[in-house]
Design a protein around this ligand. Structure first.
Ligand SMILES: [Zn+2]
Length: 450
């Protein structure tokens, strides 16, 4: 061309081309609003393109958009995506939904074997997948959950380098990483106002702790009928922390309950050889008895329901039991070891269970919504085994459990019965028990309510 020989014309041409090119690349990079990206685009004429510095955030959509904009320029930057396990979903369903290669799924599950039990995967938990942005090849898998101690934990599987189809196993290296948990003993002290449940929560506890506290005295106190305003409680328990934040309560080490002036104390003891375990009093007497006082967790029991005037029959009737108000579906348990004598429907009692126990005792559970699996005539049950669920079947005005007790065929007041206790701490363990119990006793006595 003619202009080629004209240095000025060539210069103008080149300049125009440069401006045009500059505009083009600016336009192409418009959607990347980071100043770094624009700088990179305008410098493109003079220096080799430098990849824009991008701060990756926990946003799968953003990651994808960025990868599209970059148009595979940074294939080595892994793509992170986040998903949650849905209801009734297994891990393989989640992986499949995210387009993970079935062979990778296979190798992933093999690597997790013995490291993390995939059957424990629960709805709502987060799954993080890291992939090569150009090929989509799975680089790493992370499942976040709560560890046994309630602290954040994760199961991670990372692809080992150079593992392609046909390569020998393993393709991934799996491990679980748990946040270290520290425990700190605390003492909660309070007095009952309205309900023990609410009072323990006001003292700094939670529903879990209320039930663990009740576990200590569940053989001695009917937390439904015997609790009075002004009763005092103390709990020596463990508070668990992970990353500096509270994750939950641990064991109840010692507890005191002053019920209408009668003080009860229990200390947790587990011998080093694990032969002796449970709550004991200061003398080493076992708090455990053959019968529990309550047929369900106290945190589940709603306000007092008992009434003498029968709401359906509209007349006063001898009430042979205790009515526990609780929401429909609340599980209830056998108060003692025994055999199912009856598990059937009756017009008045609705779905009813009668258990036969030792020493001529029987217990009755009426108005159930349904029975637990395996509860049928002749079945053996253990103390605290769930046998049914609260309902309102039969002659009943609202969901509650009618609980009754008979001795040699006659109704008795369950609260008045004296049941045999479990074995006390054997002599040879008493020295060890004293060492464990003494400092706990001091903690109970030091922390007086003012
Ligand atoms: Zn009743």
């Amino acid at each position: 061309m003619k202009q080629n020989k004209n240095p000025l014309g060539f210069l103008i041409g080149a300049l125009l081309l440069g401006v045009f090119w500059g505009l083009l690349s600016q336009w192409g990079a418009k959607s990347e609003s980071t100043p770094d990206a624009q700088k990179a685009a305008s410098e493109e004429k003079t220096v080799a393109p430098t990849p824009p510095k991008i701060v990756y955030q926990d946003n799968a959509a953003q990651d994808l958009a960025l990868a599209l904009i970059q148009n595979g320029r940074h294939a080595q930057t892994p793509l992170k995506s986040y998903d949650r396990v849905g209801r009734n979903e297994s891990l393989s369903v989640v992986l499949d939904r995210n387009g993970i290669d079935s062979l990778d799924v296979h190798h992933l599950s093999r690597s997790l074997k013995g490291v993390f039990d995939v059957r424990t995967v629960r709805p709502g938990r987060v799954v993080v997948l890291e992939r090569e942005s150009n090929s989509g090849k799975l680089l790493s898998f992370t499942y976040r959950y709560r560890g046994e101690n309630g602290a954040p934990a994760k199961a991670v599987a990372t692809r080992l380098p150079n593992k392609k189809h046909g390569a020998p196993e393993p393709w991934f290296k799996a491990e679980t990483i748990a946040t270290p948990v520290t425990t700190q003993p605390v003492v909660l002290v309070g007095k009952v106002k309205s309900t023990l449940y609410q009072s323990l929560i006001d003292a700094g506890g939670n529903a879990y702790l209320v039930n663990r506290f009740a576990d200590v005295f569940t053989w001695d106190i009917d937390f439904y009928r015997e609790v009075q305003n002004g009763d005092a409680f103390k709990v020596v328990t463990e508070k668990k922390y992970a990353n500096g934040s509270f994750v939950g309560f641990g064991r109840v080490l010692a507890a005191e309950y002053v019920n209408q002036g009668r003080a009860l104390r229990g200390y947790l003891y587990a011998s080093k050889d694990e032969k002796v375990q449970g709550y004991f009093d200061e003398k080493g007497k076992c708090l455990e008895k053959t019968f529990l006082k309550n047929p369900m967790e106290i945190a589940r029991i709603t306000s007092r329901y008992g009434q003498r005037f029968h709401p359906v029959l509209k007349r006063r009737k001898q009430h042979n039991g205790v009515d526990y108000g609780a929401s429909r579906g609340t599980p209830f348990w056998a108060v003692a070891d025994g055999t199912v004598k009856e598990a059937r429907y009756s017009r008045s009692a609705g779905n009813m269970i009668v258990l036969r126990h030792r020493n001529g005792y029987e217990t009755e559970y009426f108005h159930a919504k349904g029975f637990a699996r395996g509860i049928r005539r002749g079945a053996k049950v253990k103390q605290r085994q769930i046998i049914g669920y609260v309902g309102s079947t039969g002659r009943s005005t609202g969901p509650h459990l009618h609980f009754g007790m008979k001795k040699h065929g006659r109704y008795v007041n369950p609260g008045r019965q004296k049941f045999p206790a479990g074995r006390p701490i054997p002599k040879k363990y008493m020295g060890e028990y004293q060492k464990v119990m003494a400092p706990l006793k001091i903690q109970l006595e030091e922390n007086q309510q003012i």
